[in-house]
Design a protein around this ligand. Structure first.
Ligand code: C5P
Length: 402
């Protein structure tokens, strides 16, 4: 699928640079040509000889190398590829990109290129979280630069958090998606995410607890495999997935309308924590405390978005996936829910407070399908999303073959 494409791979200087060697190997296995460029700092971590031996091509190193300029000028070099990949992208390199600096070969190529750029950051967690780095990321995203990672975990410097370079196969998947050649290329997927807010009056609402982080991670993982994603979200704290079509809603009724407007889709992943009820006759003025007691609220049932989509008469997606947040008898309740809702899969999780899953970074899920229950080990929400996206692409591929 990626056969015949060319990547200009800029390797930044960081301990994660060693993973770029594996990345080159993985790309070559897939028939992708790699033109490698090393920054001066990167040469402290990997040698030009090993890079060029794996790439099977000359390794470009220095802006003012007159031999290179005679062979191929830096402007021309910046245009040779279908995609420029920066892996690892250090905080320094990203700052240079955001500022438009061009003091060395790598930054000059990044400023001169007219091809899409994919960045795989790797740095210490404090450097990643620093306001300056976050500002640079926003600038780069605004400039249309694509990102993969960083991942969370233990770092070479002994700290823990976001900042680890994505694994080579994750970067390959992001490259595939950038080429529009991933396994979900040309597939359209609806993801619902976050809570809904059901107003009581203009300042009060009822809602389920939901950060929206699992929904965002799922949308990102699907896009990384090449999917076009419509992301219908309630008022969630989590960042919105860059590159998705984002539809912001407040209530369950608005969410249903937006979800239906997104049809037809190949798959629908309903990860939203939709409130089951809305307040009938919500006040358009703030309710006041009164001597006459508390207000009597009357509730009406909200539409079930998952059930509506799973039972759609004319545009039922090939695959409909729901979530079940349970506090007891997780598998039995989720299995019954799958049948009641008419969806294909239920991703069930145990959200008892002691699991720390609600609002946390990790999830432990069981995938319930017609074949039974498959319990996955506890892993980060990003890893759950990745595994789910792969299961979705396998199911859609299988369905298209029958
Ligand atoms: O019935 P329950 O809320 O436990 O079901 C959870 C699943 O159903 C989730 O996938 C959720 O997104 C979906 N749902 C929905 N609309 C509702 C209630 C739940 O789409 N009104």
């Amino acid at each position: 699928m990626m056969q015949g494409k060319r990547v200009l791979l800029i390797i930044g200087g960081g301990i994660a640079a060693f993973k770029s060697l594996d990345l080159i190997r993985r790309l070559k296995e897939r028939g992708v040509a790699v033109t490698p460029v090393l920054t001066r700092a990167a040469e402290e971590f990997v040698t030009p000889l090993s890079v060029s031996a794996l790439a099977g091509e000359k390794c470009y190193r220095d802006l003012f190398d007159l031999t290179d300029e005679a062979e191929m000028g830096h402007i021309q070099l910046s245009r040779v590829a279908d995609l420029v990949v920066v892996a690892p992208a250090t905080a320094d390199l990203m700052a240079k990109m955001a500022q438009g600096l061009a003091g060395d070969l790598a930054s000059t190529l990044l400023l001169a290129t007219d091809t899409p750029v994919l960045v795989a950051p790797a740095m210490n967690v404090r450097m990643w979280e620093h306001a300056a780095t976050q500002r640079n990321i926003q600038t780069l995203q605004g400039d249309g630069v694509l990102f993969v990672g960083p991942n969370e975990g233990d770092m070479a410097c002994g700290e823990h958090g976001p900042g680890r370079l994505s694994e080579p196969l994750e970067i390959v998947a992001a490259i595939e998606a950038a080429f529009g050649t991933g396994p979900l290329a040309s597939k359209r997927v609806l993801v619902t995410s976050g809570p809904t807010h059901e107003p009581i009056d203009p300042v009060r609402y009822i809602a389920n607890r939901s950060s929206g982080s699992q929904g965002t991670a799922i949308a990102q993982a699907l896009m990384r495999q090449g999917a076009e994603v419509v992301f219908v979200t309630g008022p969630a704290d989590a960042a919105r997935p860059q590159g998705a079509q984002i539809v912001e809603v407040q209530t369950a009724r608005e969410m249903l309308e937006a979800a239906q407007a997104a049809l037809p889709v190949d798959a629908a992943i309903c990860a939203a924590a939709v409130a089951d009820w809305h307040v009938i006759g919500a006040s358009d003025q703030k309710l006041k405390k009164s001597k006459d007691g508390t207000p009597a609220l009357e509730f009406g049932e909200n539409p079930d978005i998952l059930k509506t989509i799973a039972n759609h008469q004319t545009a039922r997606p090939t695959l409909v996936v729901g979530f079940a947040a349970e506090t007891n008898d997780v598998i039995d309740n989720a299995t019954a829910k799958r049948l009641r809702k008419g969806c294909d899969w239920i991703v069930a999780n145990d959200v008892r407070p002691e699991t720390g899953i609600m609002g946390g970074d990790e999830n432990a899920v069981t995938l319930i399908s017609a074949e039974g229950a498959d319990t996955w080990p506890r892993m980060s929400k990003t890893d759950v999303a990745r595994r789910l996206a792969t299961a979705v692409s396998d199911a859609l591929t299988k369905a298209s073959q029958t």
